[in-house]
Design a protein around this ligand. Sequence first.
Ligand code: ATP
Ligand code: MG
Length: 452
Amino acid sequence: MGTFRNGTTRFLKAAIRKKKIVTPNIIPRSEHNISRANISENAVKVLYRLHNAGYQAHLVGGGVRDLLLGHEPKDFDIATDASPEEVKAVFRNCRLIGRRFRLAHVHFGREIIEVATFRGMHEDSQLADRNADNGMLMRDNVYGTIEEDALRRDFTVNALYYNIEDFSVIDYTGGMVDLEKGLLRLLGDPATRYREDPVRMLRAVRFAAKLGFRIDRACEAPLPEMGVLLRSVPAARLFEEILKLFMSGTAVQAFEKLRHYNLFSQLFPETDECLAHEDHDFPITFVVRGLHNTDLRIREGKPVTPAFLFAVLLWEPVRRITELLMASGEPPFLAVQQSGAEVIARQIMHTSIPRRFSMPMREIWQLQHRFEQHGGKRAKRLLAHPRFRAAYDFLLLRAEAGEADNDLAKWWTDMQEAKPEVRSRMTDKEGPVTGARRRRRRRSKPAERGDV
Ligand code: ATP
Ligand code: MG
């Protein structure tokens, strides 16, 4: 495996500026671990078909990165010098998508292999496509060469190409060395790259959490200050990015890093405010436990829903406003309904939350109060509620974090496990914890990873 000497970054910056050709480091098949056996069959088919039609064909991005690390890639993206129309002509099962930048999607049943034509960044278009006020890249729709395609990617470890022609890995940016070091390094000047696309800040955190990599010093330094730029990112894109951050099995690490770099406050300002002013560790414990549960479920292959995740992330502001409203005489059910609506209305100005998720979120919150009144027919009605399971899991979390009564959580656990005749007996008595809301707060440290 070849190495890049010091000064690579400066050299690359100059190359990007002058559009100078960079000599790649080519790692032959014998010196890396990528085997065709680990690439999806359909992706291999697409690579060969393009190659046989006389085009360049490379696996690129996260697929190459993950294969080199011995992980299973989420998806396989392909880059080629064929134009989208030329790609379409090679495959019958191909559709062109995208207005801003046309991409070819080759369909194999449910699997879609994305094929992108090499993209470039031409000097004049760089100016024309940049928003004059904030430097954000509005369009990057110019085809280019493979080296230009490499240099416009985000991190060096994401800019590696697996060439189907000779099974070598092509490295224009020092990505191989960074991969070995476990280092996330942006291509070019970090502040400029974040300004072009602020989502790269979240990608840095996401890959650091997911891969256990370190963010290069020069790339982490601007994060706390530049986080405000996330405000200019469309709310829907942030929603998608949050799902990737928190639903990839390393949500706890992602949360801690987002807080560390002061980026969490840009995504969930109201929650962040509550966490900053906490006089107990409860809110943090609760969020960390919730995220930890999500991580465990993902690792066990169990389903996780964005509704539960967002219900956890926004619970503390909802809980606080509910308490205020109740203190001013609002009945609990109306109080939580109103606070939930308010918090969601403010949150969607930052990150969208599609209605199919915000509705169940509100139900999860509303059922929390109903758990406390389980006498008579109420308990059975609640058990039959379509959101019962999620709301019960939420109650368990609250109890674990010391915010809800453990006895109440236990009552509901027993209730579900009980035989029908025992259930009736349980609901005949009002039970131990109805009536006044009891809250026990623990003053212990936030949950350690792995200790739930
Ligand atoms: P994963 O799919 O595992 O989340 P990935 O690196 O494949 O990670 P994608 O979002 O699938 O991430 O993007 C594929 C590739 O496209 C990246 O590896 C990177 O080379 C490039 N890319 C994606 N987003 C950006 C961006 N905002 N700026 C520059 N390059 C990007
Ligand atoms: Mg990918």
